[in-house]
Design a protein around this ligand. Structure first.
Ligand SMILES: Nc1ncnc2c1ncn2[C@@H]1O[C@H](COP(=O)(O)OP(=O)(O)O)[C@@H](O)[C@H]1O
Ligand SMILES: [Mg+2]
Length: 167
């Protein structure tokens, strides 16, 4: 699945449109360079899950948990040097918590995931295009995500008109 947004709010709307499809235990891996919009995406998701606290980059805390309609664990593993440190984050416990787990720079943990996951890759548009364009490519890994492919495509098709609470 591939689509684009043209503003940070557009990215929040796309993430918010995903929220109704999420189930406890779901894992989202966000990848893309610094400034791609991984944290912005997580903000939209958190707001749509009913999180009222502001969501900021957890770069210095590595993991931050929020309570909304479901619990949301937000990890940013950018600074981690090796997989051992990721495991020190108690990743297995976070995955077992019936929460949604959203990991920035998520490719680091792919090998540690015991289950299906949704991978969202975010990149900037080509030079010459608007600097606010972001291109999204989503990979649905495993049966639980394949089952939701049609719903997700529909949700993202209408994402532009999806109401997003202010962040
Ligand atoms: N279409 C867009 N989607 C997401 N962010 C955008 C977009 N256009 C501009 N931006 C800006 O890009 C930056 C993305 O930052 P952030 O989400 O912290 O990146 P990351 O977490 O991937 O390092 C923000 O300053 C945001 O306002
Ligand atoms: Mg970030």
């Amino acid at each position: 699945m591939r689509f684009r947004t043209t503003s940070a709010d557009g990215t929040r709307a796309v993430a918010a449109a995903l929220a109704p499809l999420l189930r406890p235990g779901d894992v989202l891996l966000l990848s893309g360079d610094l400034g791609a919009g991984k944290t912005v995406f997580t903000q939209g998701l958190a707001a749509a899950l009913g999180v009222v606290e502001p969501v900021t980059s957890p770069t210095f805390t590595l993991a931050q948990s929020y309570q909304g309609r479901m619990r949301l664990h937000h990890l940013d593993v950018y600074r981690l040097d090796n997989l051992g440190e990721v495991l020190d984050l108690d990743l297995p416990e976070l995955l077992d918590d019936d929460a949604v787990v959203c990991v920035e720079w998520g490719e680091v943990v792919i090998g540690e995931l015991p289950r299906d996951f949704l991978r969202v890759r975010i990149r900037l548009a080509d030079p010459g295009e608007s600097p606010d364009i972001r291109i999204f490519e989503a990979d649905l890994i495993g049966p639980s995500w394949h089952d939701r492919a049609d719903s997700l495509a529909a949700a993202w098709h209408f994402a532009d008109s999806f109401p997003v609470p202010p962040c």
